[in-house]
Design a protein around this ligand. Structure first.
Ligand SMILES: C[S@@+](CC[C@H](N)C(=O)[O-])C[C@H]1O[C@@H](n2cnc3c(N)ncnc32)[C@H](O)[C@@H]1O
Length: 210
């Protein structure tokens, strides 16, 4: 185990700007709200397969890893350091959950399976530089009854989300916005294709036949 690198990783979280932000009330509030929306709106069964796009410091990935003791978590980040740091920290923390860490571009990466839940929180969508492409790729690897958790820091429905969802034939099930502590945030639960398909079936069953 590279203990020198590990010491640097934990040190970086609590020094300078990162330390000031991580220990702030705004950050604690944001982390609480991100987790609250998730727990109140998403059902996660122990055998679910979850995909998280955008690891950053990896706090969210650690949380998710404990939600699926009989399933799996896949975490992807384009930044090699984020992927390697999470890998080293999970080893150090003796995390025994099934976590696969990928270092790749979530816009173009071809995932080899479908997921029950996909999450993209914080600045992941924004930092990708192409909201439509990253959401499109995420939706394409959702199971029919899966759900995508999108959480973004933005003051309006950013990036023309509605037209992206219409185009992808998926819909929002729940949304919430909040600007406490001067941080404008939006939270969405987006359902996989199965939901819209069923709704269309119900409508066609209800329509009068001649
Ligand atoms: C600041 S983090 C947010 C991390 C975490 N979700 C959170 O809220 O704590 C955003 C991450 O998205 C990653 N990212 C940006 N574009 C990406 C892409 N195209 N594919 C995969 N990861 C990407 C960045 O490298 C960065 O680590």
């Amino acid at each position: 185990m590279d203990y020198k690198r590990l010491a640097e990783i934990y040190g970086e979280c609590w020094s300078g700007e990162a330390g000031e932000w991580n220990s702030s009330l705004s950050n604690k509030y944001l982390e609480y709200m991100i987790t609250k929306f998730f727990e109140e709106n998403f059902t996660v069964k122990p055998n679910f397969d979850i995909l998280n796009i955008g690891i950053g410091a990896g706090y969210w990935d650690r949380y998710l890893s404990f939600k699926v003791p009989e399933g799996s978590l896949t975490s992807i980040d384009i930044d090699r350091e984020c992927a390697d740091n999470l890998d080293l920290c999970l080893q150090n923390e003796n995390n025994r959950e099934r976590v696969t860490i990928l270092c790749d571009d979530a816009i173009t990466y071809r995932f080899d399976k479908k997921y029950d839940v996909i999450t993209m929180i914080g600045s992941a969508v924004d930092e990708s530089g192409n909201a439509e492409a990253i959401i499109r790729n995420a939706v394409s690897c959702l199971k029919e009854d899966g759900a995508l958790y999108l959480q973004m820091i933005c003051d309006k429905e950013g990036n023309d989300l509605k037209s992206i969802m219409d185009d992808l034939d998926v819909e929002k099930e729940t949304e919430f916005s909040d600007d406490s502590y001067g941080i404008p945030c939006r939270y969405y639960k987006i359902k996989g294709h199965g939901n819209k398909k069923r709704n269309r079936q119900v409508l066609s069953d209800l329509s009068p036949t001649r």
